[in-house]
Design a protein around this ligand. Structure first.
Ligand code: G5P
Ligand code: MG
Length: 220
């Protein structure tokens, strides 16, 4: 059953999609695809997609649907025999429809964290761009300040984590999220989790997921 399991995690910027996804990967053995991490990798490699996406991302705008659908479809086609978790895609209803036409999902989780909590927590985020590993000065600090735990390479603050960009990203999310959630609600696969702390939301997500896919471990 777990072999073909497919799910999506929705949530505003900074709501903890990456944080909860890494725990799902650890405890349920899914492959994790983060659309933001994929785009940042393309920017680092200076590919055509990376160059096209860079200015949208910097200002907190969405990258056009056709670019995203192509990027994610290519990545998913390489994961045909693995269960997977998509984080950050789909972001709009047309993206959700394009995905639905190719792949049927088992589950969609939505993390609902108040905007003021998000704006406050994003100030402390540090990222290892090459791997997508995320840290937080208080919530999840690296072992050595400013350095990635695995490679020892320097951590950076994302360009779009500047306060004006974060506010814009939250507005963009709010505009698109209603039709997106309605799409999955109508399919009967949406489950919403409200909260202000990932450590409090996580055990509820773990318990809910066990009704759909066996856990290998956790919740820790
Ligand atoms: P991304 O990269 O998908 P966002 O904006 O959706 O970016 P983001 O910012 O990556 O989401 P997240 O993954 O939801 O946030 O949150 P996270 O990183 O786990 O947690 C945020 C911080 O809080 C971390 O430092 C974490 O350690 C800390 N934290 C977590 N839980 C707690 C807690 O309980 N307490 C505290 N104190 N801290 C906590 O997309 C980026 C851009 O790419 C483009 C767009 O331009 C987008 O803006 N893009 C797309 N464009 C079009 N379509 C798509 N499908 C696109 N996907 C990406
Ligand atoms: Mg993320």
């Amino acid at each position: 059953m777990s072999k073909l399991f497919r799910m999506v995690i929705l949530g505003a910027p900074g709501s903890g999609k990456g944080t909860i996804s890494s725990r799902i990967v650890r405890d349920f053995g899914l492959k994790h695809l983060s659309s933001g991490d994929l785009l940042r990798a393309q920017i680092l490699k200076k590919t055509e997609i990376g160059l096209a996406a860079q200015s949208y991302m910097k200002s907190g705008q969405l990258v056009p649907d056709d670019v995203m659908v192509k990027l994610i479809s290519t990545e998913l086609s390489g994961l045909n025999s693995s269960p997977w978790l998509l984080d950050g895609f789909p972001r709009t209803r047309p993206q959700a429809e394009a995905l639905h036409n190719n792949q049927k999902l088992d589950l969609v989780l939505s993390l609902e964290v108040p905007d003021d909590v998000i704006v406050d927590r994003i100030k402390g985020r540090w990222t290892h761009l090459a791997s997508g590993r995320i840290y937080h000065t208080e919530f999840n600090p690296p072992k050595v300040p400013g350095k990635d735990d695995v490679t020892g390479e320097p951590l950076v603050q994302r360009e779009d984590d500047k306060p004006e960009s974060v506010r814009h990203r939250l507005e963009v999310y709010a505009t698109n999220t209603k039709p997106l959630k309605k799409f999955y609600e109508d399919l009967g696969i949406l489950q919403v989790f409200h909260g202000t702390e990932s450590n409090e939301i996580w055990p509820r997500v773990h318990k809910y997921m066990q009704g759909h896919i066996p856990a290998k471990s956790g919740p820790f």
